[in-house]
Design a protein around this ligand. Sequence first.
Ligand SMILES: Cc1cc2nc3c(=O)[nH]c(=O)nc-3n(C[C@H](O)[C@H](O)[C@H](O)COP(=O)(O)O)c2cc1C
Length: 244
Amino acid sequence: MNAVIELLQNHRSIRKFKPDPLTPQQTEAIVTSAQMASTSSNVQAYTIIAVTDPAKKAELARLAGGQAYVEQCGLFLVFCADQYRLKLATEHNGEAFHQNTESFIVATVDAALAAQNAAVAAESLGFGICYIGGIRNNPGEVSSLLGLPELVYPVFGLCVGVPDQEPGIRPRMPREAVLHPDAYSEEAVREGIRAYDEITYAYYKERTGGRTLTTWSRGIADKHKQPVRAHIRPFLEARGFRLN
Ligand SMILES: Cc1cc2nc3c(=O)[nH]c(=O)nc-3n(C[C@H](O)[C@H](O)[C@H](O)COP(=O)(O)O)c2cc1C
């Protein structure tokens, strides 16, 4: 269709990297692209920590639950939702700073939009990427390691580097389950889950030479049958976020 759409539709996460660093120009192009993402009311409520120090990357790999590619990749970008800058700007103008769940969503969405621009820019330069939500396993330690102030939290990391593997593209949910004409259709969702379970069963079986026989909904059930990262809310509150 066109080069951008082709790039987007060929995305797959990379989890094995060659150790080559990025040039300053490449990093600059990726971060400038991130900064040009749309941002709610131009608040730009995010900060990016670019980690290249091998010792810090190794520590982050450990804190993310032992994900070796965090250490291997040339550049590890940590996208942080940042309300601290908004607080400084508000106080700079002599006003008291207020925040709530709405401003928390704004900052988190801003960080995610910037990250996805960075991801696409990196892929357009031939790099592979992998988001790392695993850093929220230990958000306190990650925040200390990166020197994050109050009202800033690490949303996720992004590995960027030269791919050292060629994984296949992961199939997505059938379109009808995701795109609903005019109103939400529970029927389409239920049918989508059924159909996607068949697709993912065949996909995992093929990808693992028959060793993994499971479905998408089984994986979702295993993940969600208990609360996920229940430590996040107390962590955020301890960092000064008000989720009211
Ligand atoms: C916010 C976010 C956090 C993620 N965290 C991790 C992670 O910690 N480790 C990992 O290996 N992949 C992680 N991923 C990658 C997803 O597993 C991957 O995007 C998804 O399975 C779809 O596969 P694909 O990117 O290859 O198409 C994350 C993706 C997102 C968007």
